[in-house]
Design a protein around this ligand. Sequence first.
Ligand SMILES: Nc1nc2c(c(=O)[nH]1)N[C@H]1C(S)=C(S)[C@@H](COP(=O)(O)OP(=O)(O)OC[C@H]3O[C@@H](n4cnc5c(=O)[nH]c(N)nc54)[C@H](O)[C@@H]3O)O[C@H]1N2
Ligand SMILES: Nc1nc2c(c(=O)[nH]1)N[C@H]1C(S)=C(S)[C@@H](COP(=O)(O)OP(=O)(O)OC[C@H]3O[C@@H](n4cnc5c(=O)[nH]c(N)nc54)[C@H](O)[C@@H]3O)O[C@H]1N2
Ligand code: SF4
Ligand SMILES: [Mo]
Length: 698
Amino acid sequence: MPDTGVSPRSDQAASVTTVRSVCPHDCPSTCALSVERLDERRIGRVRGWEGNDYTAGVVCAKVGRYAERVHHPDRLATPLRRVGERGVGRAAYVPMAWGDALDEVAERLTRAAQRYGSETVWPYFYAGTMGLVQRDGIERLRHVMKYSRQYSTICVTLADAGWLAGAGVRRGTDAREIADSDVIVVWGGNPVSTQVNLMSHIAGARKKRGAKLVVVDPYRTPTAEVADMHLALRPGTDAALACAVMHVLFKEGFADRAYMARYTDAPEALEAHLVTRDPAWAAAITGLSVDAIVAFARLYGATKRSYLRVGYGFSRARNGASSVHAVACLPAVTGAWTVRGGGALYANSALYTLDRTLIQGLDVLDPSIRQLDQSRIGPVLTGDRRDLGDGPPVTALFIQNTNPVVVCPESALVRDGFLRDDLFTCVHEQFMTDTAAMADIVLPATTFLEHDDIYTASGHTVLQVARKVIEPYGDARENHWVVCELARRLGAEHPGFAMTAWEHVDAMLKTSGYPDAATLYENGGQDCAAPFADAHFLNGFGFPDGKFRFRPDWASMGPDGDKLPALPDQIGFDAATPERPFRMVVPPARSFLNSTFTETPTGRGRESRPTVLVHPADLAALGFSDGDLVRLVNARGNVAIHAKPFEGLQRGVVIVEGIWHNGAFVEGRGINTLTTAEPGWPRGGAAFHDTSVAIVAA
Ligand SMILES: Nc1nc2c(c(=O)[nH]1)N[C@H]1C(S)=C(S)[C@@H](COP(=O)(O)OP(=O)(O)OC[C@H]3O[C@@H](n4cnc5c(=O)[nH]c(N)nc54)[C@H](O)[C@@H]3O)O[C@H]1N2
Ligand SMILES: Nc1nc2c(c(=O)[nH]1)N[C@H]1C(S)=C(S)[C@@H](COP(=O)(O)OP(=O)(O)OC[C@H]3O[C@@H](n4cnc5c(=O)[nH]c(N)nc54)[C@H](O)[C@@H]3O)O[C@H]1N2
Ligand code: SF4
Ligand SMILES: [Mo]
């Protein structure tokens, strides 16, 4: 019998039901949820839905406690008009009616476009919710109105480029096959913190077959802590490690030459190229020992049942695409792709063949309209001609689903831009974030529990839909409604503005050849997993000749393709210098999701305060002790932060976890003050972990 998605719970009052939903956050897990509905306005506990065999009943602690967020007393309840200074927060605003707020936003966008042309308006969004209707509907408004386009570079651009350079298509071995793996390598990812379900699949393989877990990460993350082998390399040196591992694979007979002859482009050239990339060479670059590199290569090479989980962390440097490509070559050398439990997964996004035309208004996209780089919002708003070209300045922003004042690099520039007197900003948000606090008009947004949507997943293979679980908080409205109401006032015409969110879900599913929305909901989603031979590329990789590329065509991928090596190799990055001797990595915090959950009491409580982890010997050499306030400095600015000794990293490397809001820092400047907005190679992408700093007294 199909699960209707709603069932009474026997151990609670009759009115308490559990309703299925989907976690909307920007996380590869896209968990299938089972939400306790206490009444039409309140939820209780959120659990993983057992009916999805990837989620398998597990969710992270922060979403388990979602009641804290959705019923938070600081949720935005009404539209607000700013009457005080920018950056102050709630005290600077007074409530206003929805109709007045939308009228005013529409009028300001129209006036800006009349003065400077439509490209002066920049609708700006990212992934607060990953639901396709609520996230991407802003694109439809943009394209109809010919507003400046957004090149979305903040997250996956570099990793995508690196993976696609070799494999040609974004899919890989199903994570459920980990049950049959003997070695699992988590490279540049921290699933204990950032995708907890993966850990339950890994735990299963360890228990069942004694599988070994290897983690490659510059510091001892919670995932590295539970691993059998942790390679704590210097940040940005992954390509050197991958090359040396391949050197050993070739030299010690672990390379599968028959596989390579059939499935790869240039095995002989690769082997010849790697002769000089031996473990001693890589040891000098990575800071790892020769023994550790050889031991890892032998462990990896000894079985074809090796599952490589490619994380995002090591792609977030200017050389990140070449690092990802080098690492992705490993299973193509050993032929791990040929067996169950073997191969690699970066993302499964190619499995969902959805027609997004109606939601995104792709039918009216005008490619001659300029495209601005999302991660370069600082330079864009401060008038950098590299970004604006000979086009007009950006004088109006309409923002949904993202918190750029906190999450974007070079945040001092971002802040300067938002403070411009001639800039009109409207932010649609759930909370008074640092970005909302810069807005002229703030609009209150629903959470995923208060609206309908459809969700793809990158870490698993199930396409899911979710319906509203409770009524919206206060006067909060969904993104889709706001986009349609603005369209009406702006005179934007498109059939997509006359449909409900659920109608969009249904229409997209039907035109894409999937079951309709109601059926998908009843069935708890649709598993889009590729057959074994496709998932393992036994029918070829994503190129016309079906061959994995050891020698990628970087030049065809973007304007900076010429900066990348012909065959996997270590190339330059923001190396430490005598003036800035520390390499800084700024990875996610376990209790936050980007800057989301920094508002919840347990999120904040668990993470305590912004902290820089420094090797004890470095801390002592600098003359500081545990808990001292220090200053991290580079050419982009400085950040005062408390220091903590930490042994789980190399000397010369420092870690600052979490995207704390700026006000959590003693001097109000957040960590992205120090990160660079220089685009990665070959086609952009934010390089958050590509930073060198000095540490001085605060
Ligand atoms: N709890 C929590 N979960 C999250 C998020 C969060 O903020 N908090 N963010 C979500 C988002 S948007 C994303 S994109 C994913 C990110 O998920 P992940 O795939 O985990 O990627 P990152 O978080 O960028 O980085 C993970 C690890 O990469 C390491 N790393 C940094 N530089 C290097 C390097 O040069 N080499 C190697 N080998 N490792 C390096 C970092 O130390 C970190 O431990 O997680 C999502 N899930
Ligand atoms: N230092 C450092 N900076 C980083 C990273 C890092 O690792 N280190 N990671 C980078 C990465 S990978 C990413 S993806 C970006 C993420 O950056 P963002 O996409 O900005 O992610 P969040 O900070 O979670 O902000 C999302 C906002 O959307 C709001 N929101 C959620 N749902 C809805 C909705 O339905 N409607 C509306 N209107 N709003 C909604 C939330 O309240 C939240 O404030 O950050 C990047 N910045
Ligand atoms: S692990 Fe990721 S997808 Fe799952 S509930 Fe937590 S944030 Fe959501
Ligand atoms: Mo991300």
